[in-house]
Design a binder for this molecule. Structure first.
Ligand SMILES: *Cc1c(COP(=O)(O)O)cnc(C)c1O
Length: 454
């Protein structure tokens, strides 16, 4: 296979493919490499660090072990590698030659195709891993929350694959207004409830008070947690923020390292969009590890919406992970757990905080944050569609905006920089946002009546 790869490799290649054998056999764990130790989660009452047992009612034991692991790597079991292979890994890396030509930039731009999973985003990389480890422990059901439905779709795919059931609490206004991912989840056999629902005592209480409560991600999380702890053989699956989630996502960056080598490039910049930080961390952490060991000079640019500026305007402090204040306190860059993000179309980026590991790296100046406004982000998405032929998710468009801005800076200075970004998902189920963009109705910070979350 070496010859086939050889043909696609080298500096001029437009598409860098990996063989099945190149699929990583272990995830990269950044915890032992962090420049300062990760501050532990604290009990909100006593302010004492919480131990692993505090998480046992909601997470499988192996997931808790991974969350706290100090090992440099964690093995990917064969059965899970097979699932990764079947569901689209390894993913290709493309060079954006047509975008480069349009921008007339000397920079070279590469992007990693995480939109090629069955549900169109990077999210199955962890959903499948979580379902695999849960099933091995005899867990039969997963609960979770979802906003617009990307995370719920990944959990539905993963639980079905490993013979589990899923109960998904979907923010009611998305359930009513963005129906397609709800159907997608049900095709995989998941139960989907509009939240607040009649399935939990918390949901019933809210519905009694106001029957047309539109719901929120915070409410949906609270319902998913309640359903997990009150149903036998049931655990809760989380889509971003926590260490084990970002570690599972490092399959992206471990493949990317091999693809940079095949293309014979050293990226000057690696760029990603940040909601909770899972696709950014997955893409960049293996290379950040290289830099922390003095083997790389790559810079890491994390892009967020101007209207949800947790990294660029948030404070680095202990806060709740959820809106209702049910989780332990975690130290992260945060806008406050009661921050109400404006209803931008990049629903997956409407989270008030950033992953704790990413926050350590931001605090140390190793990851550099940038905030971009909504309208120019959609303009970047349109340009990408017209040049590269792909329609990105609004979340992904933030990474594209960041990469284009770097390519334009390189044009000014005349430097042939190498810029790589993570193409976290496609936008084919996000046409409502594009419709409003095309109609000229899109503001920089919000739109009328969106509900999205992740
Ligand atoms: C959910 C999502 C994101 C944001 O979540 P992270 O955990 O920060 O990666 C970005 N892009 C897409 C396509 C998503 O579905």
């Amino acid at each position: 296979m070496q010859t086939m790869r050889g043909e696609t490799a080298g500096e001029g290649a437009v598409k860098i493919l990996l063989d099945m054998d190149d699929l990583p056999r272990a995830w990269y764990n950044i915890l032992p490499d962090l420049p300062s130790p990760l501050p532990p989660p604290l009990h909100p009452g006593t302010k004492e660090p919480v131990g692993p047992e505090a998480f046992e009612p909601i997470f499988p034991k192996e997931i808790i072990r991974q969350e706290m692991s100090g090992n440099a790597t964690e093995p990917i079991p064969d059965e899970l590698r097979e699932a990764y292979l079947r569901l689209g890994r390894p993913t290709p890396m493309y060079r954006a030659k047509r975008l480069e030509a349009f921008l007339k930039t000397p920079a070279r731009i590469y992007y990693k195709r995480e939109d090629l999973s069955p549900v169109g985003s990077h999210k199955p990389n962890t959903a499948i891993a979580q379902a695999y480890f849960a099933r091995k422990e005899g867990v039969e059901n997963y609960t979770t929350e979802t906003g617009a439905g990307q995370w719920g779709s990944a959990v539905a795919l993963a639980t079905n694959y490993f013979g589990m059931t899923a109960k998904v609490f979907m923010v009611r206004v998305s359930y009513d207004q963005k129906p397609y991912r709800k159907h997608l989840m049900r095709l995989f056999g998941a139960e989907v409830y509009p939240s607040p629902s009649d399935q939990t005592s918390y949901g019933r209480k809210l519905r009694e008070k106001s029957p047309d409560n539109p719901g929120s991600l915070g409410i949906a999380i609270s319902e998913a947690l309640e359903a997990a702890v009150t149903t036998p053989n049931t655990k809760y699956s989380i889509g971003s923020v926590l260490n084990h989630v970002l570690m599972h996502q490092t399959v992206i960056g471990l493949e990317a390292l091999q693809q940079f080598e095949l293309a014979d490039v050293e990226p000057d910049y690696m760029v990603g969009a940040v909601g909770g930080g899972s696709n950014f961390g997955g893409f960049t952490y293996p290379m950040i590890g290289e830099r922390l060991h003095g083997r790389s000079e790559t810079r890491f640019i994390a892009v967020e919406p101007e209207s949800v500026p947790s990294m660029t305007a948030g404070r680095y402090e202990y806060d709740f992970g959820d809106t209702a204040g049910m989780t332990p306190l975690i130290k992260m860059f945060t806008l406050g757990h009661d921050f109400m993000p404006s209803p931008i179309h990049a629903g997956g980026l409407r989270y008030h905080g950033s992953a704790p590991t990413l926050s350590v790296l931001l605090d140390a100046g190793i990851v550099e944050p940038r905030a971009v406004p909504q309208l120019t982000t959609f303009q970047a998405a349109e340009l990408f569609a017209k040049t590269e032929g792909l329609i990105p998710a609004p979340e992904t468009a933030h990474a594209i905006r960041g990469a284009i801005d770097l390519a334009l800076e390189a044009k000014k200075t005349g430097e042939a920089k190498v810029i790589a970004f993570n193409y976290s998902g496609h936008g084919l189920l996000d046409m409502e946002g594009y419709a409003q963009y095309l109609a000229g109705n899109l503001g920089n910070n919000g739109h009328n009546g969106g509900s999205g979350t992740h």
